[in-house]
Design a protein around this ligand. Structure first.
Ligand SMILES: Nc1ncnc2c1ncn2[C@@H]1O[C@H](COP(=O)(O)OP(=O)(O)O)[C@@H](O)[C@H]1O
Ligand SMILES: [Mg+2]
Length: 382
């Protein structure tokens, strides 16, 4: 059997564009070239899909530039291919490895896609929906779990429904904030006190997340979160430690070792995540064994609660005083940089980055095959 052609997609229309490039660089370095042939696909900030040349050069530039052949993914499962738009009208025969499913277009046939995209449009089910239509297996969560994982309001509602412990929170709409009612701020103040957190429902990497210590900061925090989403979460501040656990699998997911984040700043904000040398990642987390077990159990429960597949990193707060463990969030496309928690926790469990990427691709194929078993038209029972 020939090598599987794996499309690795990076960049995209998200504030996490750069982070995606860092993650993609480490996936591309790790992927097993004996088994997989890589097709690097960059998405510019404007949303153009391009066949990038040497991906490492593009990744080193820190942004997907608008150069290289343009690509389009057809919402048609016949080809399982990307069309090269630059050649589509030139009457060329299908490129080698093409599907031959059309005349005069060049195709990049793909067996599976690894979307290494963080944040809106990439991690939220949009790209996943396109890949479903195109009939191409892809790594990670499907449309539903991706969308839920990007919406902190719905995510928390599902966690609560499964009885998973979460911080007290309330969802506020931008329209309510913009109505400028004094009553809203007073209500939130009574409900959560200070400090409290405000965050956009659909973002990541701490973009738009603020800790408010007084009324003025709460007002500003709400306005800041509203810049990124029409839905905002206000939450009680948990004073405790931050733990993370990686999950891998489909129907019977496994939990990794538990890690701890020790931010070099007041909380784990964007700067602490990507700019600050002071942030420490402790693997494994120095916590009692029973707390680690609880975290692992909750990580798998959170994964199943949103009907996730492939991979996820589940993040927690741990309050040592009463040993409370609260689920903060689930990330369906966790950071994959060389120093990121997701691969590090698996490395701790003895799974190298190379093995991890292979496993994720296998899980993608497995999930796709399982979905293909479902009927999409009515058939009378046999
Ligand atoms: N309720 C909370 N109590 C204490 N710290 C919080 C709370 N919510 C968020 N934080 C801090 O803000 C960071 C980012 O918030 P999070 O909800 O994880 O959003 P993101 O999806 O952007 O990572 C967390 O890692 C933590 O440091
Ligand atoms: Mg987080």
């Amino acid at each position: 059997m020939g090598k599987l052609r794996v499309g690795v997609i990076f960049g995209g229309r998200s504030p996490e564009h750069e982070v995606s490039l860092l993650s993609a660089a480490s996936v591309l370095r790790a992927i097993d070239r004996e088994r997989f042939e890589v097709v690097p696909i960059g998405i510019t900030r404007e949303g153009k899909w391009l066949l990038t040349g040497d991906p490492m050069r593009v990744l080193a530039e820190g942004v997907v530039k608008d150069k290289g052949p343009r690509l389009a993914l057809l919402a048609d499962p016949e080809g399982r291919a990307l069309v090269r738009l630059d050649q589509a009208s030139e009457g060329r025969a299908p490129a080698e490895g093409g599907t031959g499913c059309g005349e005069g277009a060049a195709f990049e046939r793909l067996d599976v896609i690894f979307p290494v995209l963080h944040g809106p449009y990439g991690e939220d089910g949009c790209v996943q929906g396109l890949l479903e239509l195109a009939g191409i297996p892809y790594v990670g969560a499907g449309v539903l779990a991706s969308a839920v994982g990007m919406d902190k309001a719905v995510m928390k509602a599902l966690f609560v429904q499964r009885g998973l412990p979460v911080a007290r929170h309330r969802v506020v709409l931008r329209s309510e904030v913009e109505a400028g009612e004094e009553g809203l701020v007073a209500l939130l103040e009574r409900e959560f006190g200070y400090p409290c957190f405000t965050k956009p429902a659909g973002m990541g990497s701490s973009v738009g997340v603020t800790k408010a210590h007084d009324r003025e900061e709460l007002r500003r925090g709400l306005a800041e979160a509203c810049r990124y989403d029409r839905k905002v979460l206000v939450e009680e501040a948990i004073s405790g430690r931050e733990l993370e656990c990686s999950v891998l699998g489909n129907r019977q997911p496994l939990a990794s070792a538990v890690g701890e984040i020790v931010p070099g700043r007041e909380f784990y904000d964007y700067r602490a995540k990507y700019r600050d040398e002071g942030t420490q990642l402790l693997v494994p987390a120095p916590i009692p064994e029973r707390v680690a077990s609880r975290v692992q159990e909750l990580a798998v429960a959170a994964f199943l609660a949103i009907d996730c597949s492939g991979m996820a990193r589940v993040d927690f707060f741990y309050r040592p005083q009463d040993e409370a463990v609260l689920v903060n969030e689930i990330n369906t496309i966790p950071g994959f940089t060389a120093i990121s928690m997701y691969p590090r926790l698996w490395a701790e469990a003895g799974l190298s980055m190379k093995e991890l990427v292979t496993r994720l691709i296998e899980l993608a194929l497995e999930r796709h095959a399982d979905r293909a078993r479902s009927l999409s038209v009515f058939q009378p029972p046999p």
